[in-house]
Design a protein. Structure first.
Length: 257
């Protein structure tokens, strides 16, 4: 039996209650272990798409499956464990007195206790290089450290797919690189929403361009970023002087990428 893809979005269309149509029949499959960047200009529908992945938004046409399980009211608890969303602002995700309690929150709610819970928290914090900060209050950490803890809160649930919303925003160059190293080291499927095109190129072999609620392109990140007509048509701009030919994403291989 073949393993189902981490994510299968099929014919997804959605209009907000005010009638604004944000998605027009999106099809997207992300295989196990892939790291895919979701690119597109402001208002393209990226957030709308992401909010469908764990059922925060629903009610339009089409289907979303996570590791074969359809996203729907009946499966919501399991879907939310499988789809780990790291929001842009870590303070939306961290609300407990200590880092340890924040990372323990999800697994504890799922029933983990005692030594098992401790081990789960420790492993998640080790994966993001934050084990030494377990007893610190999150609000005493730097922004970059808080983002890493936010990633740990999601990893502690052992998600099928890690969805990151603008992971490099507000990070200084060293923190940005450290987070890239962490993301590369994880053995998990990643969907990364970003306007940071060099970061997409560095981390994701494949990118998808969403524009006006439809997928305008899907292919190797380097090829898309070198396609000047495509970039112009969808308001995508590389930083001044950046040469997409000079950087290549390291391939994803299971375990120790
Ligand atoms: N609650 C809402 N009600 C009505 N329209 C909305 C709502 N939220 C978003 N929209 C509209 O849906 C479209 C897609 O928005 P969305 O936030 O998904 O885009 P995005 O690609 O994530 O943009 P950005 O890069 O700015 O975050 C936009 O035209 C937006 O104005």
């Amino acid at each position: 039996m073949t393993t189902p893809a981490s994510l299968e979005v099929s014919g997804l269309a959605f209009a907000y209650p005010d009638g604004h149509q944000a998605l027009f029949g999106v099809d997207l499959t992300v295989g196990r272990g892939e790291r895919v960047a979701l690119l597109g200009p402001n208002g393209a529908g990226k957030t709308t798409l992401v909010l469908h992945l764990n059922g925060i938004l629903s009610g339009g046409a089409g289907t979303v499956r996570v590791a074969g399980l359809p996203v729907g009211k009946r499966n919501l608890a399991e879907i939310r464990r499988r789809v780990g969303i790291v929001f842009q602002d870590p303070d939306d995700q961290l609300f407990m007195p200590t880092v340890r309690e924040d990372v323990a929150f999800g697994p504890a709610a799922a029933g983990l206790r005692g030594a098992e819970l401790e081990a789960c928290v420790r492993t998640a914090l080790e994966r993001v290089g934050m084990a030494a900060f377990a007893d610190r209050p999150p609000h005493h950490l730097s922004f970059g450290q808080r983002r890493r803890v936010a990633v740990a809160t999601v990893l502690a649930m052992e998600p099928e797919i890690l969805v990151l919303d603008e992971p490099s925003s507000n990070l200084d160059p060293a923190s940005r690189r450290e987070l890239a190293d962490i993301l590369r080291s994880l053995d998990v499927t990643v969907l990364m929403v970003t306007h940071d095109l060099p970061y997409a190129l560095e981390l994701c072999e494949r990118s998808v361009v969403l524009s006006d609620g439809v997928i305008a392109a899907d292919g190797p990140t380097g090829d898309l970023l070198r396609d000047e007509d495509l970039m112009r048509a969808h308001r995508l701009e590389l930083p001044f002087g950046f040469d997409p030919g000079a950087v290549a994403a390291r391939p994803a291989t299971a375990g120790g990428r």
